[in-house]
Design a protein around this ligand. Structure first.
Ligand code: GGG
Length: 325
């Protein structure tokens, strides 16, 4: 069967890195790519950032490869995650030989709750100069992310699992999150540590080697994974998977990077590593390993884009990766 992959480049450098990852997927597999648009430029041209046909395409495809969202992120990536039924956002942050990393011993995976927390969009201005945001944490969603995180750690050989929270301040909501994680761990016989997310940020910076899988509420996962990107050489290296029960969407952790968009110098590695996660999700384990090995080879030997200290273009790096496949 030829799987259908929805391809949504989105804004800014998404338009450069997604075609690079499609080249890679096209080299190792036989997929039907169907492209659709979303983002700031679509809002400007059509009056809505996420056309219904793009949403439907992601919902119906076997998997989706997404690039980046700009100012319309809340109107694009959040509904797209919903379209694929995603409840878990998996963000590996690894240091690679050949890349100048602040903490070369880093090998972390953030398992971020992907449906609630402060990303519910329940925001209002209740009076002039007074705004509110409702943080939603449910037992069901917390249990689901805990189950996914503990199982992910067990299946992928991680001994250390940490649950990030701020329950000393957000007593009710993060209290619920912690209780759910504890219940799931008790039922499954999993071991884990709890960590206040602010202190955890410092500990990850100082001693990342003491951590493995970090299970987090939504915003904490978004922020801590960017911090981890800083440990390994930058956002150009972090892929992600938005996992649902029957569908999934894959995207680099970086955003649209308007400062470098259009110059052809964006690092395609995060998106190509996201494509490797897509391959794995569709059951192409061997092809996923081949792609990761090719990326690791290019990171070790070059060429490198400017974010990694090189002067290569997106195209140079993509070609070097494809040559190795
Ligand atoms: N921090 C890098 C970045 O801008 N990522 C895109 C982004 O903000 N996505 C929203 C999300 O992951 O929830």
């Amino acid at each position: 069967m030829t799987e259908e992959i929805a391809v949504i480049p989105g804004d800014g450098i998404g338009q450069e890195v997604v075609p690079a990852a499609v080249d890679v997927l096209d080299t190792v597999g036989d997929f039907a790519f169907v492209e659709a648009e979303a983002g700031d430029h679509v809002l400007e041209a059509e009056g809505e950032a996420l056309p219904q046909e793009t949403y439907d395409l992601a919902a119906d495809a076997d998997a989706t490869l997404f690039g980046a969202a700009g100012e319309t992120a809340a109107d694009v990536i959040l509904p797209l995650r919903e379209a694929v039924g995603s409840f878990a956002n998996v963000r590996p942050a690894r240091a690679y030989p050949g890349v100048d990393a602040l903490r070369p011993e880093t090998d972390l995976v953030f398992v971020r709750e992907n449906t609630e927390g402060v990303y519910t969009g329940i925001e209002s201005e209740i009076a002039d100069g007074v705004t509110t945001l409702t943080r939603v944490i449910t037992e069901d969603a917390s249990r689901r992310i805990a189950e996914y995180g503990f199982e992910y750690a067990a299946e992928n050989g991680f001994d250390d699992v940490t649950v990030a929270h701020k329950a000393n301040v957000m007593r009710v909501t993060d209290g619920e999150f912690l209780d759910a994680c504890e219940a799931v761990a008790d039922e499954g016989g999993y071991e884990y540590d709890e960590a206040l997310m602010d202190a955890l940020a410092m500990h990850l910076l100082l001693r990342p080697e003491e951590y493995g899988v970090v299970i987090c509420p939504n915003l904490a996962g978004d922020m801590l994974s960017d911090l981890a990107a800083g440990l390994v050489g930058g956002l150009g290296l972090l892929p992600s998977a938005n996992i649902g029960p029957d569908n999934a969407l894959f995207e680099p952790v970086h955003g649209s990077a308007p400062d470098i968009a259009g110059q052809g110098i964006s690092n395609p590695c995060a998106t190509i590593l996201s494509a490797a996660m897509l391959l794995e999700h569709l059951g192409y384990q061997e092809e996923a390993t081949t792609v990761r090995t090719a990326v690791e080879g290019v990171l070790a030997d070059g060429p490198h884009t400017p974010d990694l200290g090189g002067d290569a273009s997106t195209e140079d790096v993509t070609e070097a990766i494809v040559d190795r496949l």
